[in-house]
Design a protein around this ligand. Structure first.
Ligand code: PMP
Length: 315
């Protein structure tokens, strides 16, 4: 693991892109009146990049567009332009492998509490090297079930990937306080929802289960993993289903793993201090870790025809 100082030096190195301009990341800034800074009134995407190419860019930009549309934020440029800016930013930073973060804020306006006054949405794209987030693949994740619940859809639509993560952060603080690495958030009915920035799968026999998409952020990695399982990547005869699960289903599983853009596929070694399986990566998880790594190395199913698919789908 890199130390704190080198982590900071790493993510502040190079360039960021603010409203289409490439500026030194260390001094890039947004207004103190920006609605995302003041209220979390903005949306974002994190995208993994391999070999200088963003993975699954199209679904990420589709989700960004849907989030903007729901919040009535007009993206400041079209998808092709964002794709081009990401490519240029990676090149300017000499970065082949890493993560890109695309943020669209409602922008700055006064009086600040009125969304109608913020009329110039802001686009910020930043990059982070892969090493900063790296986790050795043989080290399992220790989870704790947080008492903080996931915000229900009736309060905030979970398909919107907004900059409001406060309850996820509080859940993570709880988990860290309990000596775990990360939190499991339950929904308000006590069923398993997701992690602060990842989705969860469990295995019982030949079935891999993950919570249904309606109360969680239905992640792009989750979707990719479900497709990999259906294609046989987790092992012959294994199938995947979406179902409502209680903590009981976590404690009785033979494998538990988490997935997300930053996480990739990682195995869970314990939950609330109870060891999962033998505490190492189980067979289905190991296969999926390999299959996902393979897919990233190849650029993903939609990387090759990305440009033509993007063209014409602008705002
Ligand atoms: N849930 C939440 C709340 C997240 O923030 C993320 C990370 N974006 C995920 C799940 C995983 O989604 P994805 O695979 O699209 O990164």
């Amino acid at each position: 693991m890199p130390d704190r100082a080198s982590e900071v030096a790493d993510y502040k190195r190079g360039y960021a892109c603010v409203d289409g301009e490439f500026v030194p990341a260390a001094t890039a800034s947004v207004s103190i009146f920006d609605h995302s800074f003041l209220y979390g009134d903005g949306v974002f995407e994190s995208i993994v990049c391999r070999g200088g190419r963003p993975f699954a860019l199209r679904p990420h930009l589709d989700r960004l567009w849907a989030s903007c549309q729901y919040l009535r934020i007009t993206p400041p440029c079209d998808r092709d332009r964002i794709a081009a800016l990401i490519t240029e930013l990676l090149e300017r930073n000499g970065l082949a492998d890493g993560y890109v973060r695309v943020v669209v804020s409602r922008g700055e306006g006064y009086p600040v509490s009125d969304p109608r006054k913020a009329v110039n949405p802001k686009l910020v794209i930043s990059v982070q090297g892969a090493s900063a987030a790296a986790r050795p693949r043989d080290v399992g994740v220790k989870l704790a079930i947080a008492s903080t619940r996931r915000i229900p859809p009736i309060c905030l639509e979970p398909r919107v990937k907004s900059n409001n993560y406060l309850n996820h952060i509080v859940a993570k603080l709880e988990a860290i306080g309990a000596g775990a690495d990360d939190a499991i958030l339950l929904d308000i009915d006590g069923n398993v929802a997701e992690l602060p920035v990842a989705n969860i799968f469990v295995r019982h026999g030949d079935v891999l289960s993950t919570p249904p998409a309606n109360g969680i952020l239905a992640g792009i990695t989750r979707e990719t993993v479900m497709r990999l399982v259906s294609g046989g990547a987790a092992g012959p005869g294994l199938r995947v289903e979406q179902r409502v699960m209680a903590p009981y289903d976590l404690f009785t599983a033979s494998e538990v793993f988490i997935v997300g853009t930053g996480t990739g596929v990682a195995f869970v070694s314990s939950i609330d201090g109870r060891q999962v399986g033998d505490g190492t990566a189980g067979p289905a998880t190991t296969r999926l870790m390999d299959a996902y790594a393979d897919l990233l190395a190849r650029g993903g199913p939609d990387a090759a025809d990305l440009e033509p698919q993007l063209t014409g789908k602008g705002a």
